[in-house]
Design a protein around this ligand. Structure first.
Ligand code: DGL
Length: 259
């Protein structure tokens, strides 16, 4: 495979997909990355499939104008509702993110697992096709109502979030789950609070590392790795850049742009 110095494009409904960006950047530090936070339209979780497809196409158009060689859909809601349509329309490889049900089911001893995700993800055909395969495991589904909006408002450590998390996780603890799947790319930022609520034996799984490895595989097999030194990532948002900058610890350039 020849080298390829075009950037990798990554998008999410907002700032949450930076958890996926971070896993990709760590594994592939030589790759130039462009991240798009569609925070103006967040949350996607309550929108119709049609709207989610339209927004995902708008984000893809922007990243392709920036000459991206590969698109990572760093949003479970966009992946489970729009990835088939994206793949059908564009001639570029797409990597999606889906809730990590398989590893949780495979390792669960109680055969009871919990999943916290958006309504759009839990209602999607793709997600329901996945869970159908695991009839022997009880999968407790919980919509994380309100969480994405609070994270987008920069209120990660607020008492409101803690209160919501308690109400979503307590029934799962009582049901004896031993794995909790975080099915939304915003939720890894809540892991410190979640750990305070869950008993120690309950494992938390998200999909960041798996997506980074899949990105590496696609670069190796189809697209080509960058051949030059580490490059600074670029982040775009269509709202006030403050919260995105803060979640990146003010280390990177964040540009505000209409898209
Ligand atoms: N990060 C998106 C996801 O993974 C957030 C969804 C939303 O915008 O509601 O599903």
């Amino acid at each position: 495979m020849n080298s390829n110095n075009q950037p990798i494009g990554i998008f999410d409904s907002g700032i949450g997909g930076t958890s996926i960006w971070s896993a990709i950047h760590q594994l592939l530090p030589n790759e130039k990355t462009i991240y798009l936070a569609d925070s103006k339209n967040a949350p996607y979780g309550q929108k119709s499939k049609k709207e989610i497809i339209e927004l995902s196409m708008k984000n893809t158009d922007f990243l392709l104008e920036m000459n991206c060689k590969l698109i990572v859909v760093a949003c479970n809601t966009a992946t489970t509702n729009a990835i088939q349509e994206l793949r059908a329309k564009y001639n570029v490889p797409f990597i999606g993110i889906e809730p990590a049900i398989k590893p949780a089911v495979t390792h669960s001893k109680t055969q009871i697992i919990g999943i916290l995700a958006t309504q759009g993800t839990l209602n999607s055909e793709l997600f329901n096709k996945t869970t159908e395969k695991y009839q022997d495991t009880k999968i407790i589904e919980q919509v994380g109502h309100g969480l994405v909006q609070l994270i987008e408002n920069g209120e990660i450590n607020s008492p409101e979030i803690t209160k919501l998390l308690h109400s979503y996780l307590q029934p799962m603890i009582e049901a004896n789950i031993d794995y909790l799947v975080l099915g939304c790319s915003h939720y890894p930022y809540l892991i410190p609070q979640i750990k305070k609520i869950l008993p120690e034996h309950i494992q938390i799984i998200d999909s960041g590392e798996a997506v980074a490895k899949q990105t590496q595989n696609i670069l190796r097999e189809k697209v080509g790795f960058a051949s030059v030194e580490e490059k600074q990532p670029i982040f775009y948002t269509n709202t006030n850049p403050k919260v995105l900058s803060e979640i990146l610890e003010n280390k990177y350039m964040v540009l505000q742009k209409e898209f």
